[in-house]
Design a binder for this molecule. Structure first.
Ligand code: KIV
Ligand code: ZN
Length: 516
């Protein structure tokens, strides 16, 4: 991971003063705490898809859900537990017989047993005494262990629990057989120094690995998770894109990249799959990742200022802590009023235009002028500007042309599409099925393109640009080639399937134009 990593030496310097664990386990709770995100409710099929992706990503534990809460949850957790994934599959349960029996019935490897321990929760939520909580926790940890299943025990609201009682309950559950203890900062109400102190106070008394679970109510979930690791925590509970109850949990991608690049700690995650995992979760939840989100946001490796763009063109380490390829992302030079001629030149080359020095300066001036008017300058805008400065540009050759598309769909048949494309003048016909008409049409195009282009559909966005049932549909697709280059294209039609197909074909032509 040191290769293509350009982080501060001061971080490494102070890391020598602490006893970091050699390896940190990643416990992913996207399918459990992430499923508690307002507006999110995963179906069993979506959970299975995400679990497979998390397994490819290499997380150590997948918390698949809370089986007792619904029939769908029970089915999803069972299916994930039986799908032969490498990760440990875990289910959440209260220390209550029905919860635990249902979780055991799903065939999971581990049960995450939790109960509140703070006085504020005991008084207002559980209405139980500390003694009752302790007794119930121990009883059900023993019960789970009696069934040969691993236990991770959480003292809910641990960061607001009196230290003496917190130590006692953790020691008691470990004595009862708990394999790991988890320290939840349930309402995100601690500072990194407070978390460091708390874990340091627990560590000498706890003989099993310590995990931490931080919420982001004050925007400190990642910092608090890292502080816990600095104090000796060997596991971090995280979610993809930082999903979770209220403001969410510590984000998997941020914690993993900080651990690897800033601390040099071993984490099993294959970081190259971080962006595609984030994209999948974004698509399935409809919870959009903000463009300026660290690691996986669209702008995470986009450079606007001319000074920055020139720097990264010369040497990426000047303005990037690590290269985007490490996380499966890509670098982008955004054009606008702050753009310098180096970015303009690079962008023009990518669309096959090579201006002379005088032309380049004039194009740059016009790009800045457009930026001053508040406009984002797209490739299409750049082409128009370049054309008016240089004169007619070589025509964008259409390698692929759509000749025909037919889609059959209905409530009782699998949507099927067939397409006829002309590729460099040669006809190709292909058909495919999909989960809907758009999906099947896109699959048919990909099948027709076959080995010619290994493009991945990274993003698909549909807008209705006029009102009513005959509204114009504007589809924007983002395609990515195997080198991480992105091709954005649009299609506008009255029919959403045709608009999608047109956007795909335009994107594929863009890809071929960029390769010349
Ligand atoms: O935030 C929390 O305390 C939880 C527990 C179930 C671990 O999600
Ligand atoms: Zn939580």
């Amino acid at each position: 991971m040191r290769e293509n990593v350009f982080v501060s030496d001061y971080a490494r310097l102070v890391n020598r003063e602490i006893r970091l664990p050699k390896k940190v386990r990643i416990f992913d709770t996207t399918l459990r705490d992430g499923d508690q995100t307002p507006g999110v409710s995963f179906t069993p099929d979506q959970k299975i898809l995400i679990a497979r992706q998390l397994d490819r990503l290499g997380v150590d534990v997948i918390e698949a859900g809370t089986p007792v809460s619904s029939e769908g949850e029970r089915r999803a957790v069972t299916a994930i537990a039986k799908s032969g994934l490498k990760a440990e599959i875990c289910a959440l349960a209260r220390p209550v017989k029905e919860d635990i029996d249902t979780a055991i019935g799903c065939g999971v490897d581990c049960i995450h047993v939790f109960i509140s321990t703070s006085d504020i929760h005991l008084k207002h939520a559980l209405k139980m005494s500390r003694e009752q909580v302790m007794k119930q926790a121990v009883k059900f940890v023993e019960y789970v262990k009696g069934h040969g299943v691993k236990v991770e025990f959480s003292a809910m609201d641990a960061t607001r629990t009196e230290l003496g009682f917190l130590r006692e309950i953790y020691k008691a559950v470990v004595e009862a057989g708990a394999d790991r203890i988890n320290v939840p900062d349930t309402i995100g109400a601690i500072t990194p120094r407070g978390m460091f102190y708390l874990i340091s106070q627990l560590k000498p008394h706890i003989k099993v690995p310590i995990s931490v679970h931080c919420h982001d109510d004050l925007g400190l979930a990642v910092a608090n998770s890292l502080a816990a690791v600095e104090a000796g925590a060997e596991q971090v509970q995280v979610t993809v894109n930082g999903l979770g109850e209220r403001a969410g949990n510590a984000s998997l991608e941020e914690v993993v990249m900080a651990l690897k690049t800033l601390y040099g700690v071993k984490v099993r995650v294959r970081t190259k799959l971080l962006t595609e995992t984030s994209d999948l979760v974004e698509r399935l939840t409809g919870i959009y990742v903000s463009p300026n989100k660290a690691i996986v946001g669209d702008n995470a490796f986009a450079h606007v200022s001319g000074i920055h763009a020139h720097g990264v063109i010369e040497f990426p380490g000047t303005y990037e802590p690590f290269s985007p390829e490490l996380v499966g992302h890509h670098r982008r030079l955004a054009l606008g009023k702050l753009t310098g001629r180096h970015s303009v030149e690079k962008q023009l080359r990518s669309i096959g235009v090579r201006p002379n020095k005088r032309q380049l300066l004039e194009i740059t001036r016009r790009v800045k002028a457009l930026g001053d008017k508040g406009k984002q300058v797209t490739d299409a805008d750049l082409r128009v500007i370049a054309e008016s400065v240089i004169g007619a540009l070589p025509k964008e050759e259409k390698v692929v042309e759509l000749k025909e598309v037919t889609v059959t769909t209905g409530s009782t048949i699998t949507p099927t599409a067939s397409v006829r494309l002309s590729i460099r003048g040669e006809d190709r016909v292909s058909s495919a099925t999909g989960v809907g008409p758009v999906d099947s049409a896109i699959a048919a195009i990909r099948a027709a393109m076959g080995e010619i282009s290994k493009l991945r559909l990274k993003k698909y966005h549909l807008d209705a640009i006029t009102g009513g049932s005959d509204a114009l549909a504007e589809v924007t697709v983002e395609l990515e080639d195997d080198r991480g280059n992105i091709y954005i294209a649009k299609g506008v039609r009255e029919d959403v399937v045709l608009a999608s197909v047109e956007a795909m074909v335009n994107g594929i032509n863009r890809y071929f134009a960029g390769r010349k």
